[in-house]
Design a protein around this ligand. Structure first.
Ligand SMILES: CC(C)(COP(=O)(O)OP(=O)(O)OC[C@H]1O[C@@H](n2cnc3c(N)ncnc32)[C@H](O)[C@@H]1OP(=O)(O)O)[C@@H](O)C(=O)NCCC(=O)NCCS
Length: 225
């Protein structure tokens, strides 16, 4: 490790030396590397931190590799999560230059307008590297928060980044008085598997406005203590 992650200013250096807001949450997690010799499993300590970012840090979206291989896809049929044939097995990363719905520009616009309306941008950092981003609207409705955006860059998945972002979003929602957090998840195995693991259940009924925007998504909600 080249810098002491516990030192103040660690993330200031990581983010161009500008002063940054707080919101520290640390997740330490061991993970196992597979080896050709299954008896030789090494364990590596991963330090994942989440910080609350400033509005202009939405430009970090361009650093996220959103691409994904999909081998499980779902749809809700008769109130049940039902496995479906995979429609697109290789989801590409966002278009870095265009302005279509799957472009970096469209994601930046989406997040920027939410942040302008009071939503919070969170970033997960593996040591000094930004690896994931989330946007949470703490007061989407009375006592209801909405996790509007959650993406972890492909090379950094399955290391707890999304879990750390989720935990920070839940903390912010609780502090704002929310009793539940809602998410409209892309219908792939990774997103749905992640949210179910965080204690989400199918929203019944789905939120009308969010459902109208994303009818193909899996609409989930988790009650907050
Ligand atoms: C979904 C996503 C955010 C998860 O990020 P991540 O940092 O890899 O997730 P974590 O490492 O914190 O995983 C926590 C737990 O979620 C579950 N999970 C994560 N990825 C999963 C997958 N591909 N399949 C099934 N369960 C999964 C597991 O239970 C995992 O715990 P484990 O690794 O100990 O088994 C990430 O895969 C991603 O960005 N996907 C593409 C974009 C996307 O779908 N975003 C959500 C939009 S709504």
């Amino acid at each position: 490790m080249s810098a002491d992650p516990s030192s103040a200013g660690y993330f200031g250096r990581a983010l161009c030396g500008r002063g940054r807001l707080y919101e520290g949450r640390v997740l330490l997690r061991d993970f196992a590397h597979d080896s050709r010799d299954s008896s030789a499993i090494s364990r590596t300590l991963v330090l994942m931190r989440v910080r609350r970012l400033l509005a202009d840090d939405v430009s970090l979206i361009a650093t996220i590799d959103r691409s994904e291989h999909v081998d499980v896809q779902y749809r809700v049929i008769d109130g049940r999560l039902t496995e479906q044939p995979v429609a697109m097995s290789e989801i590409p990363t966002w278009d870095p230059t265009g302005s279509g719905p799957h472009s970096v520009a469209a994601q930046v616009d989406f997040c920027t307008s939410l942040i302008a309306d009071g939503a919070v941008l969170l970033g997960a950092f593996d040591e000094e590297k930004p690896v994931g981003l989330a946007v949470v609207d703490r007061s989407f409705e009375a006592r209801l928060a909405w996790l509007a955006f959650l993406h972890v860059s492909r090379p950094h998945r399955r290391r707890g980044a999304a879990r750390a972002l989720w935990a920070a979003a839940v903390d912010l929602a609780l502090a704002a008085g929310a009793k539940a957090i809602y998410v409209s998840a892309v219908p792939t195995g990774s997103a749905v598997g992640f949210y179910l693991r965080q204690g989400c259940r199918l929203a019944d009924p789905a939120h009308p406005a969010l459902y109208a925007k994303e009818p193909e998504d899996i609409h989930l909600v988790r009650s907050l203590p």
